[in-house]
Design a protein around this ligand. Structure first.
Ligand code: ZN
Length: 652
């Protein structure tokens, strides 16, 4: 921040006029020509910045002045480790580039490259910086664990500290000549009302960046902060993608140009764009993911010479790589010079990263074959691609096509556990009972409606189900049940139901029946147990506390439909008993995935009665290895059960 005094009188009065960088540039050049009569008071830091120094690229500056502290490879920054980031940093510094989108996978160093850019700006082109993260905690952590250590670890950057400890607070770092702010998505106050020259929005696909009920999204809010510095500002948008309608995928695809990193085969010199299809391993989909990862059993095959790359050769190939404009054969430098785009995007995938092995990538893929959520993680975190929301419209007939010839109430012979989901109504209870095999295939054994708590007790503690083809005394009872405790949405009645469920589970649950609650926000895991010791209403103490199982209902709904799409030969196949009726199918289809006006798809209730769908998802949560891994009946999610039942494909 420079204080510019219009005349000597003002200088005496110490009335500063804040000077924008544009004006600054004009003034500096005018001063050189001696044509402008103004008096400046420069701080020491400003004099350092203004000193005539040889222009240097950001990537070169980083190798001189950036010291990594929290890294697998601590010490001075080396462009050799992540060569592709040098191009990102240097392109971002070009005077005509305003917006830089990094769509990247974890462990590729994208965020570090942007910290380097900020470090460079502190030393070479100061101006107010705003970092925005999804939430307050992440913002505080990045300030404390990334940005402050970056300044501290570099003698050059350290010299810009004021010396006062109060200038290093969690959400604001005051340097001698500029300020670095840290904001987060949900707090408009932490973003608004500051003129900003450099904005960095990191993890923009996380929920904190959702517009929520606000008119404008967080990205738009940040963009408004750059108005004062329009023409010299930079806006970095960084994230691992999630779904197609997520922020980063939209930002990347609206950029003027997308750059992909092409590598050069050290064996035959051919330039190529690496792709998951080039990664090879023995054993196909039957391979053991742990072994592939731990024993490094995967490699990359050059598309030209078929040569086998291990990670060492891959790193060499990456070191000789170049960024190219997508859909062209034009290298980045040429493209930038020729077209001078203001808004540029980079797509960074895991296989070019020094920190990611081919085995790790293959393991993630293999795990995804048996789990849609892990498959999404593979696509997002390794391929850098969004999950495609496939909104499949099913009808009742398609659901009922999953019926087999087992009558209601009979358990398939390969089942290892029965789980039950119960949905509480103002009067009575809906329930479903599913049988599970070791490979998490499931079969609907029974569903229905019961009226009293005594019925619930009879169902979960005293009902014995006959096992298919076994003697009459071979029966199975329910192993685990979940009962929805609602959440007291608004009415007094809802609250009393919640309290009724809590109290019943505490007295009668016997370690078999657990209280369930739908989580209000997305969770990392489908099931997240939390002990509560007070009632949400009235703050009344719950003696001895109660473990409440929070479910990420959206993940479970996805999983349900994914299982319905599995074939009989695959793991996690779902079947229904022969007596399953239209009422079941109709309740399952009471919710449908639809796209809203922003293109984001979400579950919408299209019919009132969706209880059996809720019950089914609770029953699935009870069988999920995430419930409490140590108490799971399944030890290995890769286990494949034997199946040989005949399927009745017709609808009765
Ligand atoms: Zn080759």
């Amino acid at each position: 921040m420079t204080q510019l005094f219009k005349d000597k009188k003002a200088a005496k009065l110490k009335q500063p006029v804040w000077c924008s960088n544009d004006l600054w540039a004009t003034l500096v050049s005018s001063m050189d020509k001696g044509s402008l009569e103004v008096e400046f008071v420069f701080s020491k830091a400003e004099r350092k910045v203004l000193r005539k120094r040889k222009a240097v690229k950001v990537s070169k500056w980083a190798e001189k002045h950036r010291v990594l502290t929290m890294s697998v490879l601590p010490g001075v920054w080396h462009n050799d480790v992540t060569p592709y980031l040098a191009g990102v940093m240097d392109a971002a510094a070009l005077p005509f580039v305003r917006e830089i989108t990094l769509c990247k996978t974890p462990q590729t160093g994208g965020s570090e490259a942007v910290h380097n850019f900020v470090g460079y700006c502190i030393d070479r082109a100061p101006g107010p910086v705003l970092y925005v993260y999804p939430d307050e905690k992440t913002a505080g952590e990045n300030s404390k664990d990334r940005v402050l250590p970056m300044i501290n670890a570099s003698p050059r950057l350290r010299s810009y500290f004021t010396g006062a400890e109060k200038d290093k607070s969690s959400f604001r770092i005051n340097l001698q000549h500029m300020i670095i702010y840290f904001g987060w998505g949900r707090s408009v106050a932490s973003i608004a009302n500051k003129p900003i020259k450099y904005a960095i929005a990191d993890e923009i696909d996380k929920p904190g960046f959702d517009p929520g009920k606000r008119e404008a999204g967080v990205i738009d809010l940040i963009d408004k902060r750059l108005t004062t510095f329009r023409g010299v500002s930079k806006f970095f948008k960084i994230s691992t993608p999630t779904v197609e309608s997520g922020n980063i995928w939209k930002e990347l695809n609206s950029a003027d140009v997308i750059f992909d990193y092409h590598v050069r085969c050290p064996l035959c010199s051919m330039m190529q764009l690496m792709d998951f299809r080039g990664i090879k391993w023995e054993g196909g989909s039957k391979a053991d993911p742990k072994e592939i990862k731990n024993k490094h059993l995967a490699w990359y095959e050059c598309e030209q010479c078929g040569g086998r790359w291990d990670e060492h050769i891959r790193n060499k190939a990456v070191q000789h790589g170049v960024w190219m404009a997508r859909g062209t054969k034009i290298g980045m430098d040429t493209y930038l010079e020729k077209f001078r785009p203001a808004d540029i995007g980079f797509h960074i995938q895991s296989w070019i990263s020094y920190f990611v092995s081919f085995g790790e990538i293959v393991a993630a893929f293999l795990l995804g074959l048996n789990d849609p959520i892990k498959m999404q993680d593979f696509l997002n975190s390794y391929c850098g691609l969004p999950w495609k929301d496939i909104v499949v419209k099913k009808d009742e007939e398609q659901i009922l096509a999953h019926k087999n010839d087992l009558p209601a109430g009979v358990v398939p012979r390969d089942a290892v556990a029965l789980t039950c989901g119960i949905d509480v109504q103002m009067v009575g209870f809906w329930f479903t009972v599913y049988a599970w095999t070791k490979d998490l295939s499931c079969h609907l054994v029974q569903y229905g409606y019961i009226t009293t708590w005594v019925d619930v007790e009879t169902l979960v503690f005293h009902t014995r189900y006959q096992v298919e083809g076994q003697a009459a005394d071979r029966t199975m009872g329910i192993w685990r049940a979940g009962i929805d405790s609602g959440g007291g949405k608004s009415s007094e009645d809802d609250w009393s139901k919640t309290e009724e469920v809590y109290s019943w589970v505490r007295t009668n649950g016997r370690g078999i029946v657990f209280a369930i609650k739908g989580a209000s926000r997305p969770q990392v895991k489908k099931v997240n147990p939390r002990v509560i010791d007070k009632m949400a209403r009235g703050n009344r103490v719950i003696p001895g506390g109660l473990t409440l199982y929070f479910l990420d209902v959206n993940q479970l709904k996805e999983l349900f439909h994914w299982r319905l799409n599995r074939t009989f030969e695959e793991t996690q196949y779902m079947s229904l008993n022969a007596d399953t009726g239209l009422d079941y199918a109709s309740q399952i289809l009471a919710e449908r995935k639809e796209k809203d006006r922003t293109g984001k798809s979400q579950w919408v209730q299209i019919r009132r009665d969706n209880h059996l769908f809720d019950c089914s998802n609770i029953a699935a949560a009870c069988a999920d290895p995430e419930w409490m891994p140590s108490l799971s009946f399944i030890s290995d999610s890769q286990a494949r059960g034997k199946k040989r039942r005949i399927i009745n494909k017709g609808v009765k």
